[in-house]
Design a binder for this molecule. Structure first.
Ligand code: NAD
Length: 475
């Protein structure tokens, strides 16, 4: 049974209510996670508030030294963390290694705190009058990650918060709780004082308790759109600062002049990497004009992808997270078929095997009104639609209520620039499968893919986890 971390002690939750944690490749139960009640959340917030008193006054260079130690431990345990991700999430080992690397990059960024946390000074603004901007920590911050990046997304949150002098309560995904648990062990081993990072496992009750707790000053959330909206409105109405990243329905626009040899593997990677369980997954490929000729070769390439357990060599597409989620994805394929789309590649043939598998699936002739064109599927399903011109393709993408990522494949700088200017998405790619900003830039979508103001990591992350104080002085 997985324990909570409260004030430096690993302890059982105050509940007998648990959920199973699975190996999605076999369907076996490998652990149990508690559904902690509000009392556990309150204990963790209290521990974080107590630790804040001394941690917020701990000299910056001491905080940074500990962060460097944490970074070294993460590097030393990279392969172990990747194997753990694959074991309870299902993605391939290569994908897990990539996830760990991108997570560590945020810790690299947090180690730059002596530069990042600097304020500003302007002398003689008026006669003998100086103005100084100082950054202060916010207080107790909370983090609520989704299931699909059990190591990387927690690392988007607590390292930057903590190095800025905040203390933290993390509520990992109840479907993939093992990554955050191991991160917290390594964090404690790095020498951080008790209570600086606390971990409370659970589901919606634990989240709701964090959202209304008066001591929590800031909430970072990543997950589905309806929950992001709920988190934003609940926490913000209590006066907390909130960054709530929601779902996605990403369009990949393929121009007739695209270099097919580069575009094809990128489209497959975007749609089927991480079994499509990525907020940056390409979901709808909009083929412009003669790019429609790419359908058959794309389907042929997708049919060659190997589906299987993520820890086996040569596997391209691992299982989905849960049987219910896999069945929901399969139901979308059925809906698309009923609505008139052609199923050119049917991954439902993999559903008979053990584990929660569904292979790469390609739907053609997808039209705007269909559910598969509008709703986030979060599985290895690529819908293909057609557009006469680039402007038509951009309009198709912009009709989505979500605006996380949009990608164009083209050899025309003019088309790429027009796309960048007109498409309504927070992350835009040109000839890349995934437009993921590195840790030193902000990450987030637009429209209903994001509720809040400051995005995660980069300069926005520093602003989110610090309060500014202005001092105006005359001597
Ligand atoms: P989810 O919304 O079901 O869960 C996210 C977190 O919210 C979990 O910790 C969960 O315990 C909690 N939660 C779930 N339901 C809740 C409720 N009713 N009330 C309060 N808390 C609740 O998301 P998920 O299925 O774990 O993750 C997949 C989703 O996350 C997809 O929609 C994906 O697009 C999105 N996502 C977005 C980004 C991004 O950067 N925008 C990144 C990764 C994933």
């Amino acid at each position: 049974m997985i324990c909570n971390l409260v004030g430096g002690r690993w302890q059982a939750a105050a509940t007998g209510e648990t959920l199973d944690v699975f190996d999605p490749a076999t369907g076996e139960v490998i652990d149990r996670v508690p559904l902690s009640p509000a009392a556990d959340v309150a204990a963790a917030v209290d521990a974080a508030a107590t630790a804040f008193v001394t941690w917020s006054r701990t000299p910056l260079m001491e905080r940074v030294r500990l962060m460097f130690r944490f970074r070294e431990l993460l590097e030393a345990h990279r392969d172990e963390l990747a194997a753990l991700i694959t074991r309870h999430h299902g993605k391939t080992l290569d994908e897990s290694r990539g996830e760990v690397r991108r997570g560590i990059e945020v810790v690299d960024f947090a180690c730059g705190a002596p530069t990042l946390l600097q304020g500003r000074t302007l002398r003689d603004v008026s006669t003998d009058l100086d103005q100084d901007l100082y950054r202060y920590p916010v207080g107790v911050c909370a983090g609520i990650p989704p299931f699909n990046f059990p190591v990387m997304i927690p690392l988007w949150m607590f390292p930057l918060a903590v190095v800025a002098g905040n203390t933290f309560v993390l509520k990992p995904s109840e479907r993939t709780p093992l990554g955050a648990t191991r991160l917290a062990e390594l964090f404690c081993d790095s020498g951080f004082p008790d209570g600086v990072l606390n971990v409370v496992h659970g589901g919606r009750d634990a989240v709701d308790a964090l959202l209304v707790h008066p001591t929590v000053g800031a909430v970072s959330f990543v997950g589905s759109e309806p929950v992001a909206r709920h988190v934003y409105s609940t926490a913000a109405s209590g006066g907390k600062r909130v960054q709530a990243l929601g779902g996605a329905k990403n369009h990949l626009v393929v121009m007739p002049d695209a270099d097919f040899d580069t575009a094809a593997p990128s489209i497959l990677n975007s749609a089927f990497g991480n079994a499509g369980e990525r907020c940056l997954a390409g979901s709808v490929a909009v083929l412009v004009g003669a790019a429609g000729d790419a359908v058959t070769p794309l389907v042929d390439l997708a049919a060659k992808l190997t589906v299987g357990p993520g820890d086996q060599d040569g596997v391209d597409v691992g299982p989905l997270i849960r049987r219910e989620h896999r069945d929901r994805v399969a139901a979308y394929v059925g809906d698309g078929e009923r609505d008139g789309a052609d199923v050119l590649l049917d991954g439902r043939s993999h559903m008979s095997r053990d584990g929660f598998f569904l292979g790469p699936t390609v739907l053609d002739g997808v039209k705007d009104g269909m559910a598969v064109a509008r709703e986030e599927i979060f599985g290895p399903v690529l819908s293909m639609s057609r557009a006469a011109t680039l402007d038509d393709a951009i309009e198709q993408a912009n009709r989505s209520a979500l605006g996380n990522m949009a990608v164009i494949f083209t050899t025309s700088g003019r088309a790429a620039r027009r796309f960048r200017e007109e498409v309504q998405a927070g992350m835009v790619g040109v000839n890349v499968p995934i437009a993921q900003p590195f840790a030193f830039f902000p990450f987030s979508g637009w429209k209903r893919s994001f509720y809040g103001d400051l995005h995660v990591h980069g300069s926005d992350g520093v602003d989110f986890y610090t309060r500014k104080k202005m001092v105006v002085s005359r001597w």
